[in-house]
Design a binder for this molecule. Structure first.
Ligand SMILES: Cc1cc2nc3c(=O)[nH]c(=O)nc-3n(C[C@H](O)[C@H](O)[C@H](O)COP(=O)(O)OP(=O)(O)OC[C@H]3O[C@@H](n4cnc5c(N)ncnc54)[C@H](O)[C@@H]3O)c2cc1C
Length: 486
């Protein structure tokens, strides 16, 4: 055999699986479709969840594996695989140490979202992330591992019910690597437009993906070909909402970004209000809210607010402030603005096709293709609630009920459902061995990270860092298991 195990995909779960298998004595090849390793686990994730880590114990965080287990099981209405959930939680603290020993250090930080401040700290944020990933890769190579970039896993080859190899495609050729074990770690299917269309509950054109584009469901397809289940709870990692330009994918405007992260008046595709907009302070729930509203909404501003924000700040918080601006440890500002160039910024959004401006609410309705009566009624009702200072419709915190939409011109900015990727699909046990639909182990086939089902239910839990922790810990568990049973 060329290798004891071939790992498909060098992102968070694949690197973890490959490193743990190699350090436990297996001869490992790690395949990566792109010319760089890391996947969303490197370009995207800033950290990961753990319970019972050294730092958590030192700080006296009162959060045990039991607490975490119950929190997750309650969140998913007990539809998580209990043994798998327990296995991930049990491994999580040691994984933080192991990553550190291998050069990828983290620090326990305050939870990144404002509404999670009273939750015990669980988020271990990467320090020196990109160099850290390189050090981990160096350790994999030093442990005898082989990294093959620009090499995609294509097909698992079996004889009887035994894995005997994997067909791979490189830049120049298609060839077979012989092995008895394959770990599918290629990150789900968010890069596959057809499958996203098939599984999303919204028009996929309305879904903005921040996920790994090279993750097109190769592993889940290979899994099905060897008798595995590849459609077990396919879930989108809904996360916040994004204003984007259909003209240029790279367009970004800081002012518009901040305005999106506020609980102003939001209107759905029917021209109606649809939520307590302070849901903006929980990214997963905000993401779910947009998803259930059909994939997009508009936030509304009037000229009075625009004029105000040009010179003044609002006593609110930008929901992303804690995540992006405080990485250097500066204190929260608890204010938004002033935005000196707000009018040019809004005009930029209009030019990019993401923003709309009209002298009256009814004209604005025509532009965003909703019923003028519906929009006008919604705005009147909202202004009435603002006057009362209380949101008796959706119970947004009263402290946000002070910005009416009264003075034209009026602006509407479109925010779209956003996903970090997909989770789930592959049916596996707590050792991350692939299972058939009647729950029999498929020898030699393992599924980890975003490819694996079992932890998440119908949405991405709000517990910070859980998705990446699932990737690192599922990979590590599978890698150890393969090495032991090779
Ligand atoms: C912007 C962003 C921010 C995020 N932030 C966080 C966070 O802070 N905390 C958190 O918990 N989670 C976060 N996540 C989610 C986290 O990144 C994922 O849970 C994790 O990366 C999943 O790991 P994975 O190994 O399954 O996939 P990935 O890390 O995406 O790795 C998959 C790899 O497989 C490769 N590949 C695909 N097909 C093949 C093939 N056929 N052959 C070989 N290689 C292949 C891909 O190129 C890629 O390198 C974030 C995600 C994004 C997009």
């Amino acid at each position: 055999m060329d290798y004891d195990v071939v790992v498909v995909g060098a992102g968070a779960s694949g690197i973890s699986a490959a490193l743990s298998a190699a350090q436990n004595g297996a001869k490992v090849a790690l395949l990566e479709k792109g010319d760089k390793f890391g996947g969303a686990g490197m370009f995207g994730a800033q950290g990961l969840f753990a319970v019972g880590s050294k730092e958590q114990l030192e700080r006296g965080e009162e959060y045990t594996i039991k607490d975490a287990y119950e929190e997750i099981m309650n969140y998913t209405h007990h539809s998580s695989n209990a043994r798998m959930t327990k296995a991930i939680l049990r491994e999580s603290a040691d994984t933080i140490e192991w990553m550190r020993q291998n050069g990828l250090d983290t620090e326990l930080v305050t939870n990144t979202q404002e509404v999670h401040q009273n939750h015990p700290r669980t988020y271990h944020q990467f320090i020196d992330k990109f160099n850290g990933f390189q050090r981990v890769m160096d350790n994999f190579i030093n442990a005898g591992g082989t990294l093959l970039t620009e090499t995609s896993g294509k097909e698992i080859i079996t004889e009887g019910n035994k894995v005997v190899g994997i067909k791979v495609i490189t830049k120049d050729e298609e060839k077979v690597l012989t092995t008895n074990n394959v770990i599918l770690a290629d990150g789900g299917f968010v890069g596959n437009k057809d499958e996203v269309n098939q599984y999303a509950k919204i028009d996929s054109n309305d879904m903005y993906s921040m996920g790994e584009r090279k993750a097109v469901g190769d592993g889940l397809r290979m899994l099905k070909e060897v008798g595995g289940v590849n459609n077990y709870k396919r879930i989108f990692e809904n996360h916040a909402a994004t204003v984007y330009s259909k003209k240029s994918h790279k367009w970004h405007n800081n002012t518009i970004f901040s305005l999106t992260n506020l609980p102003t008046l939001w209107i759905d595709r029917e021209g109606k209000r649809f939520t307590n907009e302070d849901i903006v302070y929980d990214f997963a729930l905000w993401g779910d809210t947009v998803y259930q509203a059909g994939g997009y909404y508009y936030f509304l501003l009037d000229q009075k607010l625009v004029d105000y924000l040009k010179k003044n700040s609002l006593n609110w918080t930008d929901s992303f402030e804690r995540t992006f601006r405080l990485l250097d440890g500066k204190p929260m500002t608890y204010k938004v603005g002033p935005f000196e160039s707000i009018e040019q910024d809004l005009q930029e959004a209009i030019d990019e096709g993401a923003g709309f401006k009209a002298d009256s609410v009814e004209e604005l309705a025509e532009q965003i293709n909703v019923s003028p009566t519906s929009l006008s009624d919604s705005v009147k009702r909202y202004n009435h609630l603002v006057k009362k200072g209380e949101d008796t419709d959706f119970y947004k915190d009263n402290k946000f009920m002070n910005v009416p939409v009264e003075d034209g011109p009026f602006y509407a900015i479109r925010a779209n459902s956003t996903t970090l990727g997909t989770v789930g699909g592959g049916l596996v046990n707590e050792d991350f061995q692939a299972l058939t639909s009647d729950r029999k182990v498929i020898p030699g086939v393992y599924v980890v990270g975003n490819n694996a089902g079992g932890l998440f239910d119908s949405s991405y839990p709000t517990i910070e860092g859980l998705s990446n922790a699932f990737a690192w810990n599922s990979g590590r568990i599978a890698g150890k298991f393969v090495a032991k049973n090779k």
